[in-house]
Design a protein around this ligand. Structure first.
Ligand SMILES: C[S@@+](CC[C@H](N)C(=O)[O-])C[C@H]1O[C@@H](n2cnc3c(N)ncnc32)[C@H](O)[C@@H]1O
Length: 209
């Protein structure tokens, strides 16, 4: 039942990237600014950032603007969102460093250990299979990297916590205030995988012999 409702919402609200994009600045502009600041402070020099469920690409572009040394990847289920996001990166002359593709976060088309920081905003409450997404993000995160999942404060964290537990990981929850709004509307779930849970990157990706 939950999956059917999510599939319906997904089709109705996210297949038209332009329509979504028109409303998103007002709703998520403050959150995007806060997340871009978090990423700018934490990402290692020359690092790779993944925006998981990137929508129309506003956050990915903000991150790239703040940190010209970073490579930013955005992945979203909806090709219509990815098209709008790619046009945004081109308009801002960022297409060389900011790339978008359409895929399910539950089966990411990215190598193991390839992202230094993974962020996701307002996407968690749409994930049909939270455990599969967390496992997939954990695989792509390099050991010692940051995995931060932001969503509305009222979104239950239980599915993330139980997915993290089964990977022997921990979740820290903090509330996030944005703009001049007096109360925190959002939360951040930071997932900390133990180093040992994921193998070292294969030699063909690291260049090691
Ligand atoms: C409310 S929008 C948020 C978009 C963007 N993060 C933002 O802050 O504007 C939720 C997004 O999550 C995407 N999404 C939901 N489930 C997904 C999945 N399994 N894999 C990839 N993207 C997904 C949707 O297509 C949609 O673009």
């Amino acid at each position: 039942m939950r999956k059917a409702v999510l599939a319906l919402i997904q089709r109705r609200h996210f297949s038209h990237g332009e329509t979504y994009d028109r409303h998103t600045a007002r709703l998520f502009g403050g959150l995007h600014q806060a997340v871009a600041a978090d990423v700018a402070a934490a990402a290692p020099a020359g690092g790779v950032v993944l925006d998981a469920g990137c929508g129309s690409g506003r956050l990915a572009v903000l991150i790239a603007r703040r940190r010209p040394d970073l490579q930013v990847r955005g992945i979203d289920l909806e090709p219509g969102m990815v098209e709008v996001a790619a046009r945004r990166a081109e308009r801002e002359n960022l297409a060389g460093r900011v790339q978008f593709s359409a895929a399910d976060l539950a089966s990411l088309p990215l190598p193991d250990d390839s992202a230094d920081v993974i962020v996701s905003t307002a996407s968690l409450h749409h994930w049909a299979d939270v455990s599969a997404v967390i496992a997939s993000l954990g695989r792509v995160l390099r050991p010692g990297g940051e995995l931060w999942i932001y969503d509305f404060r009222i979104v239950p964290a239980g599915r993330v916590r139980s997915a993290a537990r089964s990977l022997d990981s921990q979740v820290d929850r903090t509330l996030v205030r944005t703009g001049r709004f007096p109360a925190a509307l959002f939360q951040r779930l930071a997932v900390h995988p133990p180093r040992s849970a994921y193998p070292e990157a294969p030699a063909h990706l690291t260049g090691a012999r």
